[in-house]
Design a protein around this ligand. Sequence first.
Ligand code: HMG
Ligand code: MG
Length: 312
Amino acid sequence: MTRTLPMVEPDPDLPESVTIYEVGPRDGLQNEKSVVPVEVKAEFVRRLLAAGLQTVELTSFVPAKWVPQLGDAEELIDLLGSAGTGRQRPVLVPNERGLDRALEKGVSSIAIFGSATESFAQANLNRSVAESVQMFAPVVARALDAGAWVRAYVSMCFGDPWEGPVPVDQVVDSCSRLMDLGCDQLSIGDTIGVATPGHVQRLLDGLDGAGIGVDQIGVHFHDTYGQALSNTLTALSRGVSVVDASTGGLGGCPYAKSATGNLATEDLVWALDGLGVEHGTDLDMLVETSVWMAGQLGRPSPSRVVKALSGT
Ligand code: HMG
Ligand code: MG
């Protein structure tokens, strides 16, 4: 029996192809209660690549004291060999110490990660928004000098667990400060999953007004309130073509109350398949990977597509 497929009905307002920026190994595994063995992480990455994902964010070069789940960044890159480096294997880097560690491992793609709110900047980076920009400035300058590709994440772009809704102007200001450092791409983070489509439109308007066009933007929606896919489709209809997603819907942030998993890559792929948008991945292999990972983690994937296609 062949598996159920969505009927393909293209939408002329959407891009012809989308780059899936897979964050499962980093955003997904940073939030697990236990530390996943490094061999399992390497196998996870290999399976994601085998399923056709081109861009896979691997890990973070942060102090193990802050994120013990990713304290094996060097070992992971070593285990992956040539599959662990290159422009499409970004890693999170918060400061110059992290950059030194990453460059020493041959990394050529990094992501800095700022905040739209003071509360989260303090909780996640132990400093104010302005101080974190100061911390990132030499990281970006040195990374660009070394020929690396640089992404800037901004968290709490839609709402913050301590401060509530975040004004669009405030978000645009934080995004501009990081993009002014010379970053190649901005990822707008809905860390706690509270965004809705109209809000996404307003933020994209605000960014456009500040000279940050959709060709420079990726979207990073957590699915806490089940809105991640509608928010993503709204962004695509505006011309965004880079979408962050996590296989199996793993994810969250250890420093943000109420952050749950990212948009599941499988949910995204199902929708893109139905819309006839190219993405280059094999849905069955992603689902198999999520079922395998769920076995490693001891709990089922929250993705509806994984549940439906695997019967779990
Ligand atoms: P700090 O404690 O203020 O740092 O942390 P420090 O400079 O005072 O250093 C403290 C110690 O850590 C020192 O060692 C440093 O050498 C060492 P000691 O003297 O005590 O022995 N150290 C390092 N060691 C290894 N690697 C490094 C490093 N840096 C310092 N890179 C810091 C400041 C920014 C480092 C810390 O707050 C941090 O790493 N925070 C990151 C937390 C994190 O990873 N959060 C999750 C990622 S963000 C996210 O998930 C959101 C996102 O998905 C988007 C969204 O959903 O919105 C991206
Ligand atoms: Mg995240």
